[in-house]
Design a protein around this ligand. Sequence first.
Ligand SMILES: *Cc1c(COP(=O)(O)O)cnc(C)c1O
Length: 455
Amino acid sequence: MDKIPYKIYLTEKELPDTWFNVRAAMKELPESFINPKTLKPCMADDLRPVFCEELIAQELNVTDRHITIPGEIMDFYKMYRPSPLVRAYNLEKELDTPAKIYYKFEGNNTSGSHKLNSAAAQVYYAKKQGLTHLTTETGAGQWGTALAMASAFFGLDLTVFMVKVSAQQKPHRKALIQTYGGKVIASPSDTTEVGRKILAENPHTGGSLGCAISEAVEVALKNDKCRYVLGSVLNHVVLHQSIIGMETKTALEKYDIKPDIIIGCAGGGSNLGGLISPFIADKIEGKNNIEFIAVEPASCPSLTRGKYAYDFGDTGKMTPLMKMYTLGSGFMPSPNHSGGLRYHGMSPVVSKLYHDGYMTARSVEQTKVFEAAKIFARTEGTLPAPESSHAIRAAIDEAIKCRETGESKNIVFGCTGTGYFDMTAYTAYNEGTMADYIPTDEDLQKGFASLPNVN
Ligand SMILES: *Cc1c(COP(=O)(O)O)cnc(C)c1O
Protein backbone atom coordinates (compact mmCIF):
# COMPACT_ATOMS: atom_id res chain seq x y z
CA MET A 1 0.00 0.00 0.00
CA ASP A 2 1.28 3.45 -0.94
CA LYS A 3 1.86 5.96 1.81
CA ILE A 4 -1.37 7.87 2.32
CA PRO A 5 -1.04 11.30 0.70
CA TYR A 6 -1.43 14.50 2.69
CA LYS A 7 -4.53 15.25 0.65
CA ILE A 8 -6.75 12.53 -0.80
CA TYR A 9 -8.57 13.96 -3.81
CA LEU A 10 -11.12 12.23 -5.99
CA THR A 11 -10.93 12.50 -9.76
CA GLU A 12 -13.94 13.95 -11.56
CA LYS A 13 -14.93 10.39 -12.51
CA GLU A 14 -14.88 9.27 -8.89
CA LEU A 15 -17.19 12.07 -7.74
CA PRO A 16 -20.41 10.71 -6.23
CA ASP A 17 -23.39 11.65 -8.39
CA THR A 18 -26.07 10.83 -5.82
CA TRP A 19 -26.95 12.18 -2.40
CA PHE A 20 -27.52 9.62 0.33
CA ASN A 21 -30.91 9.68 2.05
CA VAL A 22 -30.16 8.16 5.45
CA ARG A 23 -33.82 7.96 6.45
CA ALA A 24 -34.30 5.17 3.88
CA ALA A 25 -31.78 3.12 5.88
CA MET A 26 -33.12 3.80 9.37
CA LYS A 27 -34.96 1.06 11.25
CA GLU A 28 -37.20 3.60 12.91
CA LEU A 29 -37.96 6.92 11.26
CA PRO A 30 -37.95 10.33 12.94
CA GLU A 31 -41.48 11.41 13.95
CA SER A 32 -43.52 13.36 11.37
CA PHE A 33 -43.66 17.12 11.48
CA ILE A 34 -46.83 18.48 13.02
CA ASN A 35 -48.87 21.46 11.83
CA PRO A 36 -49.06 23.69 14.94
CA LYS A 37 -52.57 24.93 14.02
CA THR A 38 -54.30 21.59 13.36
CA LEU A 39 -51.91 19.45 15.47
CA LYS A 40 -52.04 16.90 12.60
CA PRO A 41 -49.00 15.50 10.76
CA CYS A 42 -47.72 17.89 8.09
CA MET A 43 -48.46 17.03 4.47
CA ALA A 44 -46.92 18.51 1.35
CA ASP A 45 -49.84 21.00 1.17
CA ASP A 46 -48.90 22.46 4.55
CA LEU A 47 -45.38 23.17 3.35
CA ARG A 48 -46.16 24.43 -0.17
CA PRO A 49 -46.70 28.15 0.57
CA VAL A 50 -43.24 28.41 2.14
CA PHE A 51 -40.99 25.83 0.43
CA CYS A 52 -40.34 24.72 -3.20
CA GLU A 53 -41.97 21.58 -4.63
CA GLU A 54 -38.89 19.44 -5.17
CA LEU A 55 -37.50 20.29 -1.75
CA ILE A 56 -40.81 19.25 -0.15
CA ALA A 57 -40.62 15.94 -2.04
CA GLN A 58 -37.09 15.42 -0.70
CA GLU A 59 -38.18 16.51 2.77
CA LEU A 60 -40.84 13.79 2.87
CA ASN A 61 -38.92 11.06 1.00
CA VAL A 62 -38.14 8.18 3.34
CA THR A 63 -37.81 5.42 0.74
CA ASP A 64 -35.08 6.26 -1.81
CA ARG A 65 -31.57 5.71 -0.47
CA HIS A 66 -29.85 7.32 -3.41
CA ILE A 67 -31.14 10.51 -5.01
CA THR A 68 -29.51 11.57 -8.27
CA ILE A 69 -27.80 14.96 -8.19
CA PRO A 70 -29.00 16.88 -11.27
CA GLY A 71 -26.30 17.70 -13.85
CA GLU A 72 -26.63 21.48 -13.32
CA ILE A 73 -25.92 21.06 -9.60
CA MET A 74 -22.99 18.74 -10.40
CA ASP A 75 -21.63 21.49 -12.66
CA PHE A 76 -21.84 23.95 -9.78
CA TYR A 77 -20.27 21.45 -7.34
CA LYS A 78 -17.36 20.93 -9.72
CA MET A 79 -16.29 24.57 -9.20
CA TYR A 80 -15.23 23.74 -5.65
CA ARG A 81 -15.63 19.99 -5.20
CA PRO A 82 -14.36 17.44 -4.48
CA SER A 83 -13.21 18.87 -1.19
CA PRO A 84 -9.99 17.28 0.04
CA LEU A 85 -9.81 14.62 2.73
CA VAL A 86 -6.63 15.65 4.52
CA ARG A 87 -4.39 13.41 6.59
CA ALA A 88 -3.39 15.66 9.47
CA TYR A 89 0.20 14.43 9.63
CA ASN A 90 1.41 17.67 11.22
CA LEU A 91 -1.26 17.67 13.90
CA GLU A 92 -0.51 14.00 14.71
CA LYS A 93 3.15 14.88 15.13
CA GLU A 94 2.35 17.83 17.38
CA LEU A 95 0.16 15.60 19.57
CA ASP A 96 2.70 12.76 19.51
CA THR A 97 -0.14 10.32 18.98
CA PRO A 98 -0.28 6.89 17.33
CA ALA A 99 -3.79 7.84 16.09
CA LYS A 100 -4.25 8.66 12.43
CA ILE A 101 -6.26 11.82 11.98
CA TYR A 102 -8.15 12.78 8.82
CA TYR A 103 -10.35 15.78 8.15
CA LYS A 104 -12.75 16.57 5.37
CA PHE A 105 -12.22 20.25 4.59
CA GLU A 106 -15.26 22.21 3.37
CA GLY A 107 -13.73 25.70 3.58
CA ASN A 108 -12.27 25.84 0.05
CA ASN A 109 -14.95 28.08 -1.41
CA THR A 110 -15.65 31.79 -1.06
CA SER A 111 -18.59 31.31 1.33
CA GLY A 112 -16.04 29.61 3.59
CA SER A 113 -18.25 26.71 4.65
CA HIS A 114 -20.16 23.57 3.67
CA LYS A 115 -23.40 25.61 3.41
CA LEU A 116 -22.83 26.09 -0.32
CA ASN A 117 -23.64 22.37 -0.88
CA SER A 118 -27.28 22.93 0.04
CA ALA A 119 -27.53 26.52 -1.22
CA ALA A 120 -26.68 25.33 -4.75
CA ALA A 121 -29.35 22.63 -4.64
CA GLN A 122 -32.06 24.82 -3.14
CA VAL A 123 -31.55 27.66 -5.61
CA TYR A 124 -31.45 25.26 -8.56
CA TYR A 125 -34.81 23.69 -7.63
CA ALA A 126 -36.37 27.12 -7.05
CA LYS A 127 -35.24 28.22 -10.49
CA LYS A 128 -36.55 25.03 -12.07
CA GLN A 129 -39.95 25.68 -10.53
CA GLY A 130 -40.05 29.11 -12.18
CA LEU A 131 -39.58 31.13 -9.00
CA THR A 132 -37.74 34.43 -9.33
CA HIS A 133 -36.94 35.39 -5.78
CA LEU A 134 -35.76 33.85 -2.52
CA THR A 135 -35.62 35.18 1.02
CA THR A 136 -33.71 34.00 4.03
CA GLU A 137 -32.22 35.18 7.29
CA THR A 138 -28.62 35.11 8.34
CA GLY A 139 -26.91 35.62 11.66
CA ALA A 140 -23.18 34.92 11.38
CA GLY A 141 -23.43 35.31 7.60
CA GLN A 142 -22.13 32.03 6.11
CA TRP A 143 -25.56 30.94 4.95
CA GLY A 144 -26.36 34.35 3.46
CA THR A 145 -23.08 34.31 1.55
CA ALA A 146 -23.55 30.78 0.25
CA LEU A 147 -27.05 31.57 -0.92
CA ALA A 148 -25.90 34.80 -2.59
CA MET A 149 -23.26 32.84 -4.52
CA ALA A 150 -25.76 30.21 -5.66
CA SER A 151 -28.43 32.82 -6.50
CA ALA A 152 -25.94 34.77 -8.62
CA PHE A 153 -25.01 31.58 -10.50
CA PHE A 154 -28.57 30.46 -11.25
CA GLY A 155 -29.92 34.00 -11.77
CA LEU A 156 -32.41 34.47 -8.90
CA ASP A 157 -33.00 37.57 -6.77
CA LEU A 158 -32.17 37.16 -3.12
CA THR A 159 -33.12 39.17 -0.06
CA VAL A 160 -31.21 38.41 3.13
CA PHE A 161 -32.58 39.66 6.43
CA MET A 162 -29.45 40.01 8.52
CA VAL A 163 -29.73 40.40 12.28
CA LYS A 164 -29.01 44.11 12.85
CA VAL A 165 -26.16 43.62 15.33
CA SER A 166 -24.47 41.11 12.97
CA ALA A 167 -24.81 43.52 10.03
CA GLN A 168 -23.10 46.19 12.16
CA GLN A 169 -20.43 43.86 13.59
CA LYS A 170 -19.66 42.08 10.32
CA PRO A 171 -19.76 44.73 7.59
CA HIS A 172 -17.50 42.60 5.39
CA ARG A 173 -19.97 39.71 5.37
CA LYS A 174 -22.61 42.15 4.23
CA ALA A 175 -20.29 43.49 1.51
CA LEU A 176 -19.59 39.94 0.32
CA ILE A 177 -23.31 39.12 0.01
CA GLN A 178 -23.85 42.40 -1.86
CA THR A 179 -20.92 41.68 -4.19
CA TYR A 180 -22.77 38.58 -5.34
CA GLY A 181 -25.91 40.66 -5.87
CA GLY A 182 -27.82 39.75 -2.72
CA LYS A 183 -29.91 42.47 -1.10
CA VAL A 184 -29.11 42.79 2.61
CA ILE A 185 -31.69 44.30 4.94
CA ALA A 186 -30.79 44.82 8.58
CA SER A 187 -33.51 43.23 10.68
CA PRO A 188 -35.83 44.42 12.18
CA SER A 189 -36.59 46.69 9.24
CA ASP A 190 -39.42 48.99 8.17
CA THR A 191 -39.91 46.92 4.98
CA THR A 192 -42.25 44.34 6.58
CA GLU A 193 -45.29 44.48 8.83
CA VAL A 194 -43.67 42.37 11.50
CA GLY A 195 -40.49 44.48 11.35
CA ARG A 196 -42.44 47.73 11.72
CA LYS A 197 -44.35 46.28 14.67
CA ILE A 198 -41.16 45.22 16.44
CA LEU A 199 -39.52 48.59 15.77
CA ALA A 200 -42.55 50.44 17.13
CA GLU A 201 -42.33 48.48 20.36
CA ASN A 202 -38.55 48.57 20.64
CA PRO A 203 -36.88 51.12 18.32
CA HIS A 204 -33.30 50.41 19.48
CA THR A 205 -33.34 46.59 19.32
CA GLY A 206 -30.34 44.86 17.75
CA GLY A 207 -32.65 42.23 16.31
CA SER A 208 -32.67 38.43 16.60
CA LEU A 209 -32.71 35.41 14.30
CA GLY A 210 -36.35 34.80 15.17
CA CYS A 211 -37.30 38.27 14.06
CA ALA A 212 -35.23 38.00 10.85
CA ILE A 213 -36.96 34.68 10.03
CA SER A 214 -40.38 36.25 10.58
CA GLU A 215 -39.53 39.07 8.16
CA ALA A 216 -38.13 36.66 5.53
CA VAL A 217 -41.18 34.37 5.78
CA GLU A 218 -43.58 37.32 5.52
CA VAL A 219 -41.99 38.45 2.25
CA ALA A 220 -42.12 34.88 0.84
CA LEU A 221 -45.78 34.41 1.79
CA LYS A 222 -46.79 37.66 0.08
CA ASN A 223 -45.26 36.83 -3.32
CA ASP A 224 -46.09 33.57 -5.11
CA LYS A 225 -42.86 33.75 -7.16
CA CYS A 226 -40.87 33.85 -3.94
CA ARG A 227 -39.99 31.19 -1.36
CA TYR A 228 -38.13 31.07 1.92
CA VAL A 229 -35.05 28.84 2.24
CA LEU A 230 -33.27 27.43 5.27
CA GLY A 231 -29.61 26.48 5.67
CA SER A 232 -29.75 23.66 8.24
CA VAL A 233 -31.95 21.40 10.39
CA LEU A 234 -34.41 20.20 7.72
CA ASN A 235 -34.19 16.75 6.12
CA HIS A 236 -33.49 18.06 2.63
CA VAL A 237 -30.55 20.10 3.90
CA VAL A 238 -29.05 17.02 5.58
CA LEU A 239 -29.65 15.17 2.30
CA HIS A 240 -27.67 17.75 0.27
CA GLN A 241 -24.88 17.72 2.85
CA SER A 242 -24.54 13.96 2.40
CA ILE A 243 -22.22 14.84 -0.51
CA ILE A 244 -19.64 15.35 2.28
CA GLY A 245 -20.13 11.80 3.57
CA MET A 246 -20.30 10.26 0.11
CA GLU A 247 -16.97 11.80 -0.92
CA THR A 248 -15.38 10.94 2.42
CA LYS A 249 -16.44 7.30 2.09
CA THR A 250 -15.13 7.04 -1.48
CA ALA A 251 -11.82 8.66 -0.49
CA LEU A 252 -11.33 6.37 2.54
CA GLU A 253 -12.16 3.28 0.51
CA LYS A 254 -9.65 4.32 -2.13
CA TYR A 255 -6.90 3.76 0.44
CA ASP A 256 -8.68 1.02 2.37
CA ILE A 257 -8.90 3.16 5.52
CA LYS A 258 -11.49 2.00 8.04
CA PRO A 259 -12.56 4.78 10.39
CA ASP A 260 -12.94 3.98 14.10
CA ILE A 261 -14.33 7.38 15.06
CA ILE A 262 -16.16 10.04 13.02
CA ILE A 263 -16.65 13.46 14.60
CA GLY A 264 -18.69 16.48 13.56
CA CYS A 265 -19.68 19.79 15.11
CA ALA A 266 -23.41 20.17 15.63
CA GLY A 267 -25.38 23.40 15.29
CA GLY A 268 -28.53 22.50 13.40
CA GLY A 269 -26.97 19.15 12.54
CA SER A 270 -26.64 19.39 8.76
CA ASN A 271 -22.89 18.94 8.27
CA LEU A 272 -22.74 16.20 10.88
CA GLY A 273 -25.81 14.44 9.49
CA GLY A 274 -24.40 14.69 5.96
CA LEU A 275 -20.95 13.48 6.93
CA ILE A 276 -22.17 10.40 8.77
CA SER A 277 -25.16 9.44 6.56
CA PRO A 278 -23.58 6.66 4.43
CA PHE A 279 -21.52 5.34 7.36
CA ILE A 280 -24.55 5.23 9.68
CA ALA A 281 -26.42 3.16 7.10
CA ASP A 282 -23.62 0.57 7.22
CA LYS A 283 -23.60 0.67 11.00
CA ILE A 284 -27.35 0.00 11.10
CA GLU A 285 -26.72 -3.06 8.91
CA GLY A 286 -23.90 -4.25 11.19
CA LYS A 287 -21.19 -3.61 8.59
CA ASN A 288 -19.09 -1.33 10.80
CA ASN A 289 -18.83 -0.36 14.41
CA ILE A 290 -17.82 3.27 14.05
CA GLU A 291 -18.22 5.60 17.02
CA PHE A 292 -20.00 8.76 15.86
CA ILE A 293 -19.52 11.84 18.03
CA ALA A 294 -21.51 15.09 17.86
CA VAL A 295 -19.79 18.07 19.46
CA GLU A 296 -21.71 21.11 20.63
CA PRO A 297 -20.97 24.24 22.70
CA ALA A 298 -21.39 23.93 26.48
CA SER A 299 -23.30 27.20 26.30
CA CYS A 300 -25.90 25.79 23.86
CA PRO A 301 -26.12 22.09 24.75
CA SER A 302 -29.19 20.84 22.87
CA LEU A 303 -28.18 17.15 22.55
CA THR A 304 -26.41 16.75 25.88
CA ARG A 305 -28.87 18.68 28.07
CA GLY A 306 -31.93 19.31 25.91
CA LYS A 307 -35.28 17.51 25.85
CA TYR A 308 -36.43 15.19 23.05
CA ALA A 309 -39.72 16.93 22.34
CA TYR A 310 -41.84 18.62 19.70
CA ASP A 311 -40.77 22.22 19.22
CA PHE A 312 -40.82 25.07 16.73
CA GLY A 313 -37.82 25.39 14.46
CA ASP A 314 -37.61 29.14 14.97
CA THR A 315 -37.91 31.76 17.68
CA GLY A 316 -40.83 33.37 15.84
CA LYS A 317 -42.86 30.11 16.15
CA MET A 318 -43.79 30.03 12.45
CA THR A 319 -42.40 26.63 11.36
CA PRO A 320 -44.06 23.22 11.72
CA LEU A 321 -43.38 21.41 14.99
CA MET A 322 -40.49 18.96 14.82
CA LYS A 323 -39.57 16.22 17.27
CA MET A 324 -35.96 16.93 18.16
CA TYR A 325 -33.50 17.56 20.96
CA THR A 326 -34.19 21.14 21.94
CA LEU A 327 -33.54 23.75 24.59
CA GLY A 328 -36.84 25.44 23.70
CA SER A 329 -37.27 27.96 20.89
CA GLY A 330 -37.11 30.75 23.47
CA PHE A 331 -33.57 29.75 24.49
CA MET A 332 -30.83 32.32 23.85
CA PRO A 333 -27.18 31.47 24.47
CA SER A 334 -25.27 33.87 26.73
CA PRO A 335 -24.19 37.07 24.92
CA ASN A 336 -20.50 36.25 25.48
CA HIS A 337 -20.84 33.05 23.44
CA SER A 338 -18.83 33.49 20.25
CA GLY A 339 -18.28 30.01 18.88
CA GLY A 340 -21.39 29.79 16.67
CA LEU A 341 -23.64 26.67 16.77
CA ARG A 342 -26.19 28.71 18.69
CA TYR A 343 -29.31 27.01 17.36
CA HIS A 344 -31.75 25.90 20.08
CA GLY A 345 -32.71 22.59 18.42
CA MET A 346 -31.18 19.83 16.32
CA SER A 347 -31.99 18.12 13.02
CA PRO A 348 -34.77 15.55 13.63
CA VAL A 349 -32.68 12.88 11.84
CA VAL A 350 -29.60 13.49 13.98
CA SER A 351 -31.84 13.69 17.07
CA LYS A 352 -33.44 10.33 16.29
CA LEU A 353 -30.09 8.61 15.60
CA TYR A 354 -28.76 9.96 18.89
CA HIS A 355 -31.93 9.00 20.74
CA ASP A 356 -31.70 5.45 19.38
CA GLY A 357 -28.09 5.08 20.50
CA TYR A 358 -26.31 5.14 17.12
CA MET A 359 -24.16 8.08 18.15
CA THR A 360 -22.85 9.92 21.19
CA ALA A 361 -22.62 13.63 21.97
CA ARG A 362 -20.43 15.84 24.10
CA SER A 363 -20.23 19.55 24.84
CA VAL A 364 -17.11 21.69 25.06
CA GLU A 365 -16.38 25.14 26.50
CA GLN A 366 -15.39 27.90 24.13
CA THR A 367 -11.90 28.62 25.49
CA LYS A 368 -11.10 24.92 24.94
CA VAL A 369 -12.49 25.25 21.42
CA PHE A 370 -10.27 28.22 20.57
CA GLU A 371 -7.26 26.50 22.12
CA ALA A 372 -7.85 23.62 19.69
CA ALA A 373 -8.40 26.08 16.83
CA LYS A 374 -4.99 27.63 17.43
CA ILE A 375 -3.23 24.26 17.62
CA PHE A 376 -4.87 23.33 14.32
CA ALA A 377 -4.09 26.68 12.66
CA ARG A 378 -0.43 26.46 13.66
CA THR A 379 0.10 22.83 12.67
CA GLU A 380 -2.19 22.35 9.67
CA GLY A 381 -1.98 25.90 8.31
CA THR A 382 -5.69 26.57 7.96
CA LEU A 383 -7.53 29.08 10.17
CA PRO A 384 -10.63 27.09 11.15
CA ALA A 385 -14.10 28.48 11.80
CA PRO A 386 -14.98 28.48 15.52
CA GLU A 387 -17.85 26.11 14.67
CA SER A 388 -15.49 23.61 13.04
CA SER A 389 -13.13 23.91 15.99
CA HIS A 390 -15.62 22.08 18.19
CA ALA A 391 -14.93 18.97 16.10
CA ILE A 392 -11.19 19.71 16.15
CA ARG A 393 -11.32 19.83 19.96
CA ALA A 394 -12.91 16.39 20.18
CA ALA A 395 -10.53 14.94 17.57
CA ILE A 396 -7.54 16.25 19.55
CA ASP A 397 -8.97 14.83 22.79
CA GLU A 398 -9.48 11.41 21.17
CA ALA A 399 -5.96 11.48 19.71
CA ILE A 400 -4.53 12.30 23.14
CA LYS A 401 -6.44 9.32 24.58
CA CYS A 402 -4.78 7.15 21.93
CA ARG A 403 -1.39 8.46 23.03
CA GLU A 404 -2.21 7.28 26.55
CA THR A 405 -3.54 3.85 25.55
CA GLY A 406 -1.17 3.29 22.61
CA GLU A 407 -4.08 2.58 20.22
CA SER A 408 -3.68 3.77 16.63
CA LYS A 409 -7.32 4.55 15.84
CA ASN A 410 -8.42 6.15 12.59
CA ILE A 411 -10.12 9.40 13.55
CA VAL A 412 -12.07 11.31 10.89
CA PHE A 413 -13.62 14.72 11.50
CA GLY A 414 -15.49 17.32 9.50
CA CYS A 415 -13.71 20.66 9.21
CA THR A 416 -16.65 22.71 8.03
CA GLY A 417 -15.04 26.03 7.23
CA THR A 418 -12.64 28.91 7.69
CA GLY A 419 -12.68 31.60 10.36
CA TYR A 420 -11.59 34.81 8.62
CA PHE A 421 -14.74 36.65 9.63
CA ASP A 422 -14.44 35.58 13.25
CA MET A 423 -11.41 37.63 14.20
CA THR A 424 -13.27 39.46 16.98
CA ALA A 425 -13.65 36.11 18.73
CA TYR A 426 -10.04 35.11 18.01
CA THR A 427 -8.92 38.50 19.40
CA ALA A 428 -10.89 37.92 22.60
CA TYR A 429 -9.22 34.53 22.98
CA ASN A 430 -5.74 35.89 22.20
CA GLU A 431 -6.14 38.72 24.69
CA GLY A 432 -7.44 36.41 27.40
CA THR A 433 -10.81 38.17 27.69
CA MET A 434 -12.90 35.24 26.45
CA ALA A 435 -14.97 33.70 29.24
CA ASP A 436 -16.77 30.36 29.43
CA TYR A 437 -20.39 30.19 30.33
CA ILE A 438 -22.37 27.09 31.16
CA PRO A 439 -26.10 27.64 31.66
CA THR A 440 -27.49 26.46 34.99
CA ASP A 441 -30.44 24.07 35.19
CA GLU A 442 -32.62 27.08 36.08
CA ASP A 443 -31.45 28.91 32.93
CA LEU A 444 -32.41 25.86 30.84
CA GLN A 445 -35.74 25.58 32.62
CA LYS A 446 -36.75 28.97 31.18
CA GLY A 447 -36.18 27.67 27.66
CA PHE A 448 -38.08 24.44 28.35
CA ALA A 449 -41.01 26.52 29.58
CA SER A 450 -41.40 27.78 25.98
CA LEU A 451 -41.95 24.23 24.63
CA PRO A 452 -45.40 23.65 23.12
CA ASN A 453 -47.53 21.10 24.92
CA VAL A 454 -47.56 18.42 22.19
CA ASN A 455 -46.52 14.79 22.43
C1 LIG B 1 -23.43 26.88 9.83
C2 LIG B 1 -22.15 26.27 10.16
C3 LIG B 1 -22.04 25.15 11.02
C4 LIG B 1 -23.22 24.55 11.75
O1 LIG B 1 -24.29 24.15 11.00
P1 LIG B 1 -24.77 22.63 10.91
O2 LIG B 1 -26.09 22.71 10.25
O3 LIG B 1 -24.82 22.09 12.30
O4 LIG B 1 -23.79 21.93 10.08
C5 LIG B 1 -20.80 24.60 11.24
N1 LIG B 1 -19.70 25.11 10.68
C6 LIG B 1 -19.75 26.19 9.86
C7 LIG B 1 -18.47 26.71 9.30
C8 LIG B 1 -20.96 26.79 9.56
O5 LIG B 1 -21.01 27.85 8.75
